[in-house]
Design a protein around this ligand. Sequence first.
Ligand code: ADP
Ligand code: MG
Length: 291
Amino acid sequence: ATPLALIRGGGLAANRGILLRSGDAFQIFQDVDTIVLDKTGTMTTGEPAVEAVVALRGDEHSVIRRAASAEVFSEHPLADAIREYANERSIEFSDPETFDSVTGKGVRATVEGEQTLVGKPGWLTEEGVDLMVARGDIDRLQERGETVVCVADDESVIGLVAIGDPVKNDADSTVERMRAAGITPVMSTGDNERTANAVAATVGIDRVMADVLPDDKRAEIRRLQDGGERVAMVGDGINDAPALTQADIGIAVGAGTDIAIESADIILMGDRLGGVMDAYEIAESSYRKTT
Ligand code: ADP
Ligand code: MG
């Protein structure tokens, strides 16, 4: 990039809390056709809260006690939500005797001598837990856009915890701005398809990549690029770093993790999703297509 290109639009952007890592980031950005948005923490507030508890064995308190104990050492936002709910209701829980985190799936722990699995329904099924009795409740809660976390011992399901994470209040206006600019928005998430589709529908997104394991996010971006799309990826989490690097333009939002910030070409201060399109509009006015 020439020194002029390095600063074009940069000052205006900085005033709006948009930082550029490279001089040609804006030039590439105004050429993208597709923007992939991570769901949790990017499209949503990233402050999930428990909305419902279903006890299939025992009572709601024992389901929460078991889940919160298993999640004591997990740093996942869903684990935070479960512990917070337990604390708010003064439901006491204790450290698990053993703990193992399975990335993108859940946790396996020993709680009061008993094997405990807390995680996504698909994972529990893989582990041989029969979810038949819970199926109706799982479907109903996922259709409301909630993430259903199953709590089970080594053979059967004990209960469900439905966790909601509201979309940011500028999510649908940002999606509209993308469409107006001729850009296709795509939502990417490790969450299940039914929940993902329900959330996407509330903001007007119809292309959804669900059940994407953290390591597969990069491959999904690659697949779009192989199909001829120029792709920007917007994310905030540690899981998103490889995808941010793979994308033609990586954009880190909000209180993004350091690793996400290091992998991004454009960094947005603050939590607004609208910053993505603010950046795009500055990029466009700085680099009007002349060829
Ligand atoms: P996202 O792409 O939405 O950030 P992740 O890849 O972190 O999601 O996780 C994918 C899914 O795995 C979550 O939606 C959840 O269902 C399940 N999961 C992951 N970690 C945990 C955990 N510690 N407790 C419960 N469920 C979990
Ligand atoms: Mg994430």
